[in-house]
Design a protein around this ligand. Structure first.
Ligand SMILES: O=C(O)CCC(=O)C(=O)O
Ligand SMILES: [Fe+2]
Length: 300
């Protein structure tokens, strides 16, 4: 089966490469985001055992039906999730299970969160380079008190007939509200992105290796960049190969998105660097926190 050709990029060209390899990666990243709203990364500095460790934790939480994983009721998503913010967030602190209940969980997850933060920062540096922006343009807006979110998604087993009924989905089409999202998915399938050149048409994002990371543009970057980049619309539905079947049980599915958000007090309106020569400002200033609250019921 031909897969939607989202570019698969080698991030080590940026983190360990020469100046010209860095520029090459940055330009490919930008081109992929412009065409698809999404790229896939390998050699991103999150080791295979760490990715496997996160998936072990989700399946463990699912088995235990641990209290913090609560069924998602909004818009009939058949999904459960565990959300974690930065350890430094005193305004909305994380609530952790005790060490006796889940030994090692908090330590692992806090460390994983910081690893994701690091990946996001070098990707934002790459975008600054590709766009010819000052080196701190994005960074300055995402280093203080941000509400970034690490999510452990569990999609329970479901009957295909339920998904075919049109009243329930694993996750309905949406954009994320953050800056960019890093996503690992298991091998079950079902993730799809809308082709920006063919709106309304969704293409599967098939996982080709266990450490392959999907990176999506989200709404904040669309706003900051005054629509230079567009947030990628995505959904999770019936996997390829299962479509057209009327009676079958779909296996449970797990995914781990890290949603990198702007500092809460920072504006998510158009950045001065992106105001066009004719002065067009598509997005008025509003703080990241207000934006989040405004879109809470309609976005992820
Ligand atoms: O499960 C997935 O692959 C996507 C999850 C997602 O889009 C989200 O949590 O916002
Ligand atoms: Fe999403």
């Amino acid at each position: 089966m031909a897969t939607f050709p989202i570019p698969l990029l080698d991030a080590s060209l940026f983190t360990q490469g020469t100046e010209s390899q860095k520029l090459h990666f940055a330009n490919d990243l930008m081109a992929g985001f412009k065409r698809y709203g999404s790229v896939k990364l390998i050699n991103h500095e999150i080791p295979e055992e760490t990715v496997a460790g996160v998936f072990d934790w989700i399946s463990w939480l699912q088995c235990a039906r641990y209290g913090k994983i609560s069924p998602k009721t909004r818009s009939q998503d058949s999904r459960e999730n565990f959300d974690q913010g930065p350890a430094s967030d005193l305004q909305y602190p994380n609530r952790w299970p005790s060490e006796e209940e889940l030994p090692g969980f908090r330590t692992f997850m806090e460390s994983y969160f910081i690893t994701c933060e690091r990946v996001v920062l070098y990707l934002m540096s790459a975008l600054e380079l590709a766009m010819g922006l000052p080196a701190d343009c994005f960074h300055d807006r995402m280093l203080a008190v941000h509400g970034s979110e690490l999510r452990l998604n569990g999609y329970p087993e479901i009957d295909i007939a339920d998904l075919n009924s049109g009243t329930v989905s694993r996750i309905w089409p949406h954009t994320d509200i953050d800056i960019i999202t890093l996503l690992f998915q298991d091998g079950v399938g079902g993730l799809e992105i809308e082709d920006p050149n063919n709106l309304g048409h969704f293409e599967p994002v098939v996982r080709q290796g266990p450490t392959e990371m999907v990176v999506n543009i989200s709404a904040t970057l669309q706003r900051w960049s005054n629509d230079t980049l567009h947030a990628g619309v995505h959904q999770v539905t019936i996997p390829q190969g299962w479509k057209g079947k009327s009676e079958a049980g779909l296996a449970e599915r797990y995914s781990v998105p890290y949603l990198a958000k702007a500092d809460r007090e920072v504006s998510v309106g158009t950045l001065p660097e992106f105001v066009t020569a004719d002065g067009i400002v598509k997005y008025k200033p509003i703080s990241a926190l207000e934006f989040q609250q405004e879109r809470l019921s309609t976005a992820y």
